[in-house]
Ligand binder design. Structure first.
Ligand code: PGA
Length: 240
């Protein structure tokens, strides 16, 4: 695993943005796996600024998102579709044909999961997957003890994840109880992975990852078995 240590969140975001920018530059048909949450916001902001400043042909890239809440339609303010529109698609002028997110309102959710896997395959697989990490070590919405062989699937969110995400809703009751997420094997098939970890709340999960041991209780530890992972971590999230 490559490890890039930064002193703060802003530098972490800059390093990640440069990495994404350079990868698109060398592969204009890049398939970018995108994550939501607080952590990648700075990365997207800096990527957008860099693209505006230096120019970059984005017309042939595709993005696929890790996950989406079940039951929130695209225009719901807390849907991940809406997050991506605000933070990436609109500022980068990406078209709807370039942006894929699971449909959390699909009538047949199992079918939506299968279709999502097929969509990823059809566009050639993920070249660069951006990941955040949960305090409990989750990646995407793959909570502790999710099978490492899981494909895109429906998950019941743990109380700790719902509590962590309640800050985006007016109260915890509004936080959906389920989500569609890429599975761990879907993520592991990505050609390269960049994991972003910022703040002391992530230190325990980062510590488990850096122990080098794969432990189903801490899903991110499976990344130790991936050949091309870069961890970009700020001081607060790293105590090892
Ligand atoms: P955060 O979420 O970036 O909002 O901390 C990360 C995650 O839960 O995967």
């Amino acid at each position: 695993m490559n490890i890039i240590e930064t002193t703060n969140y802003s530098t972490l975001s800059e390093k990640a943005a440069i990495l994404i920018f350079n990868q698109i530059k060398s592969n204009p048909r890049l398939v970018l796996g995108a994550a939501t949450g607080d952590t990648p916001k700075g990365t997207y902001e800096q990527l957008v600024n860099r693209v505006k400043r230096e120019g970059l042909n984005l017309s042939n890239i595709n993005t696929v998102n890790l996950d989406e809440y079940v039951g929130l339609n695209a225009i719901h303010p807390q849907s991940y579709w809406n997050y991506m529109q605000e933070n990436l698609y609109t500022p980068l002028n990406l078209s709807k044909d370039q942006a894929f997110i699971p449909d959390g309102t699909a009538v047949d959710l199992e079918d939506e999961c299968d279709k999502y896997e097929q969509r990823i395959e059809r566009i050639g697989g993920i070249d660069l997957q951006i990941l955040g990490i949960g305090r409990n070590g989750h990646i995407g919405f793959n909570e502790p003890f999710t099978s490492f062989s899981s494909r895109t699937h429906i998950v019941t969110l743990t109380e700790s994840t719902r509590k962590a995400n309640a800050r985006f809703f007016s109260n915890i009751k509004e936080v959906p109880t389920r989500a569609i997420t890429m599975g761990i094997s879907t993520i592991m098939k990505s050609k390269s992975i960049v994991l972003l970890a910022s703040g002391e709340g992530k230190a325990a999960a980062v510590d488990k990852l850096l122990s080098g041991k794969v432990d189903p209780a801490w899903p991110a530890t499976i990344l130790n078995e991936h050949p091309n992972v870069t961890l970009i971590v700020d001081n607060a999230a790293k105590n090892r």
